[in-house]
Design a binder for this molecule. Structure first.
Ligand code: ZN
Length: 451
């Protein structure tokens, strides 16, 4: 058993009281029963989308398929994929399967280019969303006595309200502070006796730094857990966060197109994220060919909403790279687990023909003492050749050290980057707090090659 597996043995026993509360019951459903439930829900959702969403119906027609052709779970592969551009092309309401009078909430992605994507919920959809978020918090070992500071943004982004309703349903005390205003976040974290926090991992790191500047040691506060998501983060980042803040840091996964946060979450074993697969059916495909990957192998995650009414999404290509993990989890949940997502196929940078992922750069930095996990990647083109510069913050102690020590660190980093990335990288060490901080998802890459 892995170190993480051993580590989770005690906490699971300590949460035995919450394990048997009704909200978590579907997490332990026997596999055969789960598959029966998934199949009946899959057939219903395909029928609903076929009847009500013209784009889906035309795609089934083109393949000569009718909903009755879905007889087993394996038949899901007969169905066409849905991709992000489908949501943009049908903007704003073209994929809705419910009339507006039944839609009670709309959310939209912030959208970096052009129009946002819009998603809809009936009251039954909101109920499912609250349930899966409640189950997610319970999976992280949170309960009604917790005081949860919800620093995900409230608004069109699904993070804030998704976490909010789940935490309330759990019976916890929710502080709906939303994102931003870091000094006030830290004041409330300390003064309100907060025991758990939700936000992006990069924003939490920023909070940790700022708390240190303000003379607040997070390790001395009652804060014991963080539920971090909305961007990929690494195992090394988790180790840093847990050590610096004295908490357990859990990874939560979700996306607006499917429901928002609450698609999958880590349990106290931290050995992969349990997927709430009674509502979201997962597949792993080869991102190049679209073919299913052999069990246990890494590929692109594809999700089908099994119970969504307002906007059923069939075989949505998430662009997130992961694998479904074999074997059962020591926590006893029967829901399958997926590997933590450390990269998205969208995040891939191609530098001089080589594939580079920001997460690889992050892992090099985190493995090195005296660097901070705050960095920025700047891509330029000089004389037709791609140049990659990584600006890295170093600790104040390091920066006040001799020039020789900085040069040595610079060389070590450049060598380590080249070993991992196979591309020579220019490293620029900068003083603490010089790289702009984000209060939501971090923007680490500046690509000036097309300018
Ligand atoms: Zn587990």
């Amino acid at each position: 058993m892995s170190a993480r597996g051993e580590r989770c043995a005690t906490p699971v026993l300590s949460t035995i009281g919450s394990v048997f509360q009704p909200a978590s019951a579907p997490d332990y459903i026997p596999e055969i029963q789960l598959q029966q439930l998934q199949l009946s829900r899959l057939r219903a959702v395909v029928e609903r989308a076929w009847e009500r969403v013209p784009l889906f119906r035309s795609r089934l027609d083109a393949r000569g398929i009718v909903p009755e052709d879905i007889r087993t779970l394996g038949d899901v592969t007969l169905l066409p994929f849905t991709v992000k551009t489908d949501l943009r092309d049908t903007y704003p309401f073209g994929l809705f399967a419910s009339p507006m009078r039944d839609v009670v909430r709309l959310h939209a992605s912030s959208g970096t280019t052009g129009k946002p994507i819009v998603v809809a919920y009936t009251s039954a959809d909101l109920e499912v969303w609250s349930q899966v978020m409640e189950r997610a918090f319970a999976t992280c070992g949170l309960h009604r006595s917790d005081i949860i500071q919800n620093a995900y943004g409230y608004g069109l982004f699904t993070g804030g309200l998704g976490a909010h309703y789940g935490a309330e349903r759990l019976g916890a005390t929710v502080i709906p502070i939303s994102g931003g205003n870091t000094d006030r976040q830290i004041m409330i974290l300390r003064d309100f006796g907060v025991t758990a926090i939700c936000c992006t991992p990069s924003y939490f790191l920023h909070m940790v730094d700022r708390a240190a500047d303000l003379g607040v040691d997070l390790r001395e506060l009652p804060l014991r857990a963080g539920v971090f998501g909305a961007e990929p983060w690494t195992e090394t980042m988790r180790t840093r966060i847990e050590a610096m803040a004295g908490i357990r840091a859990f990874d939560i996964y979700g996306l607006s197109e499917i429901i928002g946060p609450g698609v999958a979450v880590e349990c106290e074993c931290q050995g992969g994220l349990h997927i709430f697969e009674d509502h979201f059916y997962p597949e792993i495909i080869n991102p190049e060919t679209g073919e299913p990957m052999p069990p246990g192998e890494e590929g692109e995650l594809v999700l089908t909403t099994l119970s969504k009414q307002a906007m059923p999404v069939i075989r949505y290509r998430t662009r997130d790279i992961t694998a479904l993990l074999p074997g059962s989890c020591p926590c006893g949940r029967t829901l399958r687990r997926m590997k933590r997502i450390s990269r998205r196929s969208d995040d891939m940078l191609i530098v001089r023909g080589v594939n580079v992922f920001p997460s690889q750069i992050e892992s090099v930095l985190l493995a090195m003492a005296d660097t901070m996990p705050h960095y920025q990647i700047i891509l330029t083109r000089e004389h037709g050749l791609d140049q990659m510069e990584v600006q890295v913050e170093v600790t104040a102690r390091m920066f006040s050290d001799t020039v020789g020590a900085l040069e040595k660190l610079n060389d070590q980093l450049a060598d380590a980057m080249e070993r991992v990335l196979q591309v020579r990288t220019r490293i620029t060490l900068v003083e603490p707090h010089t790289i702009p901080r984000s209060e939501g998802k971090s923007h680490r890459v500046i690509d000036r090659r097309s300018l």
